[in-house]
Design a protein around this ligand. Sequence first.
Ligand SMILES: [Fe+2]
Ligand SMILES: [Fe+2]
Length: 289
Amino acid sequence: MTATILPTPADLSITPRDRRFGRDAATPRLWHGGGVEATAIYNALSATFPIGEAYFVESVRAFREGAPPKLAEEIKGFTTQEAIHSREHDAFNKRAADAGYDLSRLEQRVSERLAITRDRPPIVNVAATMALEHFTAILAHELLANPRHLDGAEAETADLWRWHAVEEIEHKGVAYDTWLHATRDWPRYKRWKVKAKIMLLVTRNFLVDRTAGSLELMRQDGVTGLRAWWLLMTYLWVRPGMFRKIGGAWLSYFLPGFHPWNVDDRHLLGAYAAIASGTESKRKVRRAT
Ligand SMILES: [Fe+2]
Ligand SMILES: [Fe+2]
């Protein structure tokens, strides 16, 4: 058997950056520029991370045994990064709860969705993970490439999202390479069919659930009915239009020869330097006062 040649950059290093955000002060309820719909969609995403990322870790880790050394090393970096993301989003979700939001219905929905995969073969979990990892990677790319998405957001919370986005880009190929390794003996068409089917399912659930979750949080802010729907749809699809802007990158997943690293967007990782220096200078200020 010939070894698979992967487009993952040979010099890529997956570096967990063990940071803590928002521990010193309460996060304002409408932390995203005072906007109900902007705060709602980011909070709705955050509500899914602790449960979702634990699932990603479990799904990929099941295939670490027998993986080539480079992939095994990348899986280690990936699982460490995701575990720290879960911790930080768990803390963020507690701050949202302190500000008065009830995230329990959103969290329950994620658990229900994941329960469906529980008695499926482990490879199905990897396929679902790589589909969701593609989502997070293209959302992360758009978030970092276009500062408009975090315009007006409270500074430290914006840093949390940028930090998470940087690491999502860095480990975006890990679930995919795990899948390529685990299915190396499958016929090409079978690989594509399973991958595509699961992506379509994951996309439908993602759009339905995040929309419902955001509307639920907007309801908790007293915005309901057509007005809520209109505000949210405009925010997601028109301006700043995150979901519209990732459409092309989403579609590329279905092309033959797709790999997350066909797009090398490591130039966006430079955003982390700004976060790190920002955090550092804030610390210095705190120490000085
Ligand atoms: Fe993550
Ligand atoms: Fe991830």
